[in-house]
Every structure is written in structure tokens, then in C-alpha cells.
Write a protein that binds this ligand. Structure first.
Ligand SMILES: [Fe+2]
Ligand SMILES: [Fe+2]
Length: 670
């Protein structure tokens, strides 16, 4: 019966020299029997039963003394009269009682061992679960794709105590799927690594795992199973004087059970500190991957696949956003091609200003930081700040002069008609004069007729010229306005003899605009682009990191004194990001070389105007100063000029510039 116990043979029974009943010993011959005289003799045991008789108590002490310090499963069968025992036997150890007590003790000890093992396994499982959770959290927190892959491999290697590891990704784009050798890590040798792609097939170990989706656990890659369809490529070992031995290759499968990559763990070591500097050391200090390790690394591979899939998804969403923003900017530029590039330049200038601001030496900005998300938020808001132009009527949006070409054509025809009328009237007068006064008087009067008509024609030409001059979007001075009023007041007769105005009321009002080309109504319509921008942007379900884009963009025409639009916000209400955008927007509006309504200003003149605006407390003075001191404008100048950017420490190539433009704003002109 005793022999049926699974732990029977592992149980040691300690006893004293006086232990009687040799026949009992014979029945227990499959147990390990060890004679002891003191508790010290049991120090190497991990679980045991002690037969404690009175004579052993004399040499080794009482049951409690034998029990002291035993943290492992331990039971005492005491001879009658020995206190604090787990089982008792009648004095003299009669065989039948000894065997019964021993059987009971063995059962109890077996149960104790079983409980201990279960408890240890549970603790191990708990630890593994904890580690898996920890790794899962670490992986899900990593947003940089390259760092994520590196972390996956490093965590797995650390966990399984591996000297090296590789990571492969499946590239399914293109006609033929490929295996991208993405990453390699090795604690013992340094070597140059370059990403490479391979055809996806079963010829390599990683390829086999990628194609089949099966785990491959190879104790020694130099002794592969016969007829294995794959082979080990030893070129790296030969080049780096390395010995690859145990290799575990695990597929990474996404939620659809598709293999998206392969993790390869190489040379499981006996200790993390050992460097496998030679083949001999490798053979001595590496071991195969156990089933337990395989299970853990398989779990890691599952987590890695989820993390990589998430990372790809996030990149795709970001790509979607980038594409959407690019398409929107394209739409703006299509609507108003003369502004081409303005959005990109304002984005470049504003993000450059944001980058240098914390290093500008001003206490107000010293604790300011813009992380990658915030820079992206500023960039998108800047790129889309004028998107509302799509809601402005085209004749207004692209209006170069005060009157359109068709307006001017009508006026020209009106003048031509009237000149014809003047000519006709002059001829009628001459005809009537000839009939009334005769030929001689007529020829005497003719030069005067000619002179009157020529003067009248010249006056009309002069008036038309005044209209053309007034039509230019420059400042209309009072003298010119007075000439215009004269033209407007002039009345003539059309060919039917009805009164004819050379300039209609609407034409006069449009030409009377003292600055720029827009009437007050048209200016309001242009200004409404900010509201359209806001309405458009707020309909987009931005992620939480980008949620402030609409509020940044809507305030790019606000002024610190509340005189801006559309909300008349003041210093306190305008976000800092919008204030930066305003400085960039005005600078680009002033210096853009292709605005049809005015010439580009020089860089110096534009900076003077920015300073002037800041002096009037319309713009943020500190931001303007930093913009000038840090030479932020170099960001939209040729590449070599951008190297001169002050307050250094940021990469000019982070932001690409686009081509030239003009802005629809008419701020701080002239
Ligand atoms: Fe604007
Ligand atoms: Fe703008």
C-alpha cells in the first residue's frame, strides 16, 4: 500500500540508533532510511519523517527541538511518552502500529508536499501573470514604433535569459509577400546591422515559422532534424565568430490569427551576465528552451502582435489625418491658387516659433513645453487656419482691384458710347450751324467746333483715366477721391437722350474704398472665413490630443486689444498658440511675393510692421521679439539660410517648407 504513493521513494525516514524492530525496516526497504543522532544531521533534507524514540530524545532533544527551523514539510512519529509529535506509536514500536503510523505520516507528508508544490506553482503562475501584465502595459504605452519593436525583443530576451534575438515583420504589400529582417540584438558581439528583406518561404527558420504559423524550438541549430525543410544560415556566426545554438522561433499572430511577424530568441543562457565570446563558452553556458519558457514567450508574442497591430493602426489613423489635412490644404489652394503655400509657411513659422520659445530666455516661457502631440496640434491648426476661404464667394476671394474686369469693361463701353454721343452732338451742331449761317461762316467756326469736341473727348479720357487709377488697390488720397466725385456727379445723355451717369452709385462706392480693394461688405465676407474655418474644424472628431485645433484656428485674426475678429477676444482669451499663429500669418502676408493686390514687403520692413503692431499692443510683444531674435523666418527661406536659425537644438528637417503664396488678410499693410 505504501508503495503506491507517488512520493514514496522520495521520502526520507530519519531514526535513532536504538530504533527497534528490524523487521519493520525490511518492510520499509524502498524508503530512504537515515540514522541520525541530533537535529543537525537533518540539515540537508527538504522533507522528511522522523521516528523519535526516547533514546533519540536523549541525544537530540525533544520533538519541539527537532522541529525548530524546519520550514519544509516535516512530520514526527513519536514513541509513546514523547510530547508534541504528529503521530504516536506504542512504546517498543510494535511492527503493525509502526507501519500504520508510518503509512499515515507518508500520506500526510505527501499531501503537504503536494500543497507546497501547488502553492509554489500558483506563486510562479502569479509571477508570470504579473510579468506578462507588466510587459503588456509597457508595450501598450510605447508609441514609437521602432522603440516598441526593440522593447518587445528586449523584454522577451530578458525574460528567457537569452544572449541574442531577432525580430522579423511580414511585408504583404506588393505582389509577393516578404519577410523584413527588422531588428537584431546581441549581448556578446557588436556588428553592423541593416534592415533586409527576404522572399517569404520555408527555407529559413524564420520563414518556416512565418509561413506555417508554428513554433520552432531547436536545441542546437547545427543539428537540425533530418528532412527539415529549412536550414540554418551560419554566415553571421562565421563573420562575428559567434556560435548560435539554442533557438526558439515564435510567430506573432494578430487578432485574425494571421502571422504579422516572427520573434527569434537565441542562445538561452544559464546566467544573464555571461558573455558568449567563444563557441566553447556558448556550448558550456547555453541550454535549450523548456516547455515552460516556450509557453511564456508564446504569450509574449501574442501581446507583441497586439501592440504591433495597434501601432500600425495608430500609424494608419495618423496617415489618414495627414492625408485629410493635406487634401484640405490642397482644396484651399485650388480655391485660391494665388495663396499657394501660405498655409504651409504659416505652419512652418508657427511650429518653429513654438520650438524656440522655451529657450528664448524669457521667464514667461521658461517652463513652457510643447510635446510632439502639441506641436502636431499647432501644425494642423496652422495648416487649416484659412480653410474657411472655401466658404467665401470667388469674385470676392480673388478680387485683385476695386472693380472687376467686367465692371471696367462696362465703364469703358459707357465712355466709348458717350464719346460717340459727344461726336454726334458736335456733328449735329455743325450741321445746324451750316444750314443757318452758310458755308463761309461755317468754315470760320469749324476750328472752334473741333476744339470744343477735342476738349470734351480729352476730359472724358481724363475721367476714364481717373477711374482706372482709383481702381488700383492702393491708398486713395483725398485729391483722387475729389476727382472721382467730379466724375460721379457728371451727367450726360445717352443715345436716346436720356440722362446717363458715367459712374453708377455702386461703382463709385467700390472705387471710393480708401485702402485695398474691398468694400466694407466684401471685407466682412472675407473676414467670415474664420467662422467658416471654425465651423468646419469643429465638425471633425479630433482625437483628444488634437481637440484644441478649432479654438487655435478661430483666433488667428484676434488682437490683444480686442479689436480683432470674429469674437473680439482680448489678451486673456486668445490662446498662446493662436498668438504665435497670428505673428506668422502677418509676417507671411506681408512678405509673400505673389499677392496680386500689392507688392511683397522686404523682410526688414515686415519685421518693422510686426514691431509696430506689437507696440500698439495688437500683437504679443514677447512673441514678436522671439520671432525676430530667433530668426524664425529662416524656416521659410532656402535650406541653407535655415541653418542660421538661432536658439538651435531643433532639427530644421522636421518641417518641410512649401512654395510661395499670399494671404487674404489685409493687416498692417503699407
Ligand atoms: Fe485668415
Ligand atoms: Fe492666413
Amino acid at each position: 500500500m505504501l508503495h503506491n504513493s507517488p512520493d514514496f521513494l522520495n521520502i526520507t525516514v530519519f531514526h535513532g540508533p536504538q530504533f527497534p524492530g528490524r523487521s519493520t525496516f525490511e518492510k520499509l526497504k524502498n524508503l530512504t532510511l537515515v540514522e541520525v543522532s541530533s537535529p543537525e544531521d537533518m540539515k540537508d533534507a527538504s522533507h522528511a519523517i522522523l521516528l523519535l524514540d526516547h533514546s533519540l530524545c536523549k541525544t537530540g532533544g525533544s520533538a519541539s527541538q527537532w522541529r525548530t527551523g524546519r520550514l519544509w514539510p516535516f512530520l514526527i512519529i513519536g514513541e509513546e511518552g514523547v510530547d508534541f509529535c504528529d503521530f504516536l506509536c506504542p512504546r517498543g514500536w510494535p511492527d503493525i502500529f509502526s507501519l500504520k503510523a508510518l503509512e499515515g505520516a507518508i500520506r500526510e507528508l505527501t499531501l503537504m508536499l503536494s500543497r507546497k508544490n501547488l502553492s509554489e506553482e500558483l506563486s510562479d503562475e502569479h509571477e508570470k501573470l504579473f510579468q506578462l501584465t507588466h510587459i503588456g502595459l509597457a508595450l501598450s504605452a510605447e508609441q514609437n514604433a521602432d522603440k516598441l519593436l526593440s522593447k518587445i525583443l528586449a523584454e522577451g530576451r530578458h525574460w528567457a535569459c537569452c544572449d541574442a534575438g531577432s525580430l522579423f515583420l511580414l511585408d504583404r504589400e506588393g505582389d509577393e509577400p516578404k519577410l523584413l529582417f527588422k531588428l537584431i540584438q546581441n549581448d556578446s558581439v557588436d556588428f553592423p546591422f541593416k534592415e533586409q528583406t527576404f522572399p517569404l518561404n520555408k527555407e529559413s527558420i524564420a520563414g518556416f515559422v512565418a509561413v506555417t504559423g508554428d513554433i520552432l524550438n531547436l536545441p542546437d541549430v547545427y543539428h537540425l532534424p533530418e528532412r527539415a525543410p529549412f536550414h540554418f544560415n551560419s554566415s553571421f556566426d562565421e563573420t562575428a565568430n559567434y556560435r548560435t545554438r539554442s533557438v526558439l522561433t515564435v510567430p506573432m499572430k494578430n487578432h485574425n490569427r494571421e502571422v504579422i511577424g516572427v520573434l527569434q530568441f537565441i542562445n538561452r543562457k544559464t546566467s544573464q551576465d555571461i558573455k558568449l565570446n567563444s563557441p566553447e563558452i556558448t556550448l558550456e553556458h547555453t541550454r535549450p528552451f523548456t516547455d515552460e519558457v516556450v509557453v511564456l514567450l508564446k504569450a509574449l508574442a501574442s501581446q507583441a502582435a497586439v501592440a504591433i497591430s495597434n501601432s500600425i493602426l495608430v500609424r494608419q489613423i495618423q496617415g489618414l489625418f495627414e492625408g485629410f489635412v493635406a487634401a484640405s490644404v490642397h482644396a484651399i489652394e485650388q480655391r485660391d491658387p494665388t495663396t499657394s503655400g501660405h498655409s504651409f509657411r504659416v505652419a512652418d513659422l508657427t511650429t518653429a516659433l513654438a520650438e524656440v520659445l522655451p529657450r528664448s530666455g524669457r521667464s514667461r516661457f521658461k517652463d513652457l513645453t510643447f510635446d510632439d502631440h502639441q506641436i502636431k496640434e499647432i501644425r494642423y491648426a496652422s495648416l487649416l487656419h484659412d480653410f474657411g476661404k472655401v466658404g467665401v464667394r470667388e469674385p470676392v476671394l480673388i478680387k485683385e482691384k476695386k472693380l472687376t474686369n467686367s465692371n471696367m469693361e462696362i465703364i469703358w463701353h459707357r465712355f466709348a458710347l458717350y464719346k460717340e454721343k459727344v461726336h454726334t452732338l458736335s456733328l449735329q451742331q455743325r450741321h445746324e450751324f451750316l444750314l443757318q449761317y452758310g458755308r463761309d461762316a461755317f468754315f470760320e467756326r469749324l476750328p472752334l467746333f473741333e476744339k470744343e469736341m477735342t476738349e470734351r473727348m480729352a476730359q472724358l479720357d481724363n475721367f476714364y483715366q481717373e477711374i482706372c487709377l482709383a481702381n488700383e488697390p492702393t491708398i486713395l488720397d483725398s485729391e483722387r477721391h475729389s476727382h472721382l466725385t467730379t466724375v460721379q456727379k457728371m451727367e450726360a445723355l445717352d443715345i436716346n437722350g436720356k440722362p446717363l451717369k458715367l459712374l453708377s452709385e455702386d461703382e463709385f462706392l467700390a472705387l471710393s474704398v480708401r485702402r485695398g480693394s474691398l468694400t466694407p461688405e466684401e471685407r466682412k465676407e472675407i473676414e467670415s472665413h474664420v467662422v467658416y474655418t471654425y465651423e468646419f474644424l469643429r465638425k471633425i472628431p479630433w482625437t483628444s490630443e488634437l481637440r484644441r485645433i478649432p479654438s487655435f484656428a478661430v483666433a488667428h485674426h484676434e488682437k490683444l486689444d480686442g479689436s480683432g475678429y470674429p469674437n473680439g477676444w482680448g489678451h486673456q482669451q486668445i490662446p498662446l498658440e493662436s498668438k504665435m499663429m497670428t505673428v506668422s500669418d502677418i509676417y507671411d502676408a506681408l512678405t509673400a511675393s505673389d499677392r496680386p493686390y500689392k507688392k511683397a514687403l522686404s523682410h526688414e520692413r515686415a519685421l518693422d510692421i510686426l514691431k509696430m503692431e506689437a507696440g500698439k499692443e495688437l500683437l504679443d510683444k514677447d512673441l514678436v521679439e522671439v520671432f525676430i531674435e530667433a530668426k524664425v523666418h529662416h524656416y521659410i527661406e532656402p535650406r541653407e539660410a535655415r541653418q542660421k536659425l538661432s536658439f538651435g537644438n531643433f532639427d530644421p528637417d522636421l518641417h518641410k517648407r512649401s512654395v510661395c503664396d499670399y494671404d487674404i488678410h489685409h493687416t498692417a499693410e503699407n
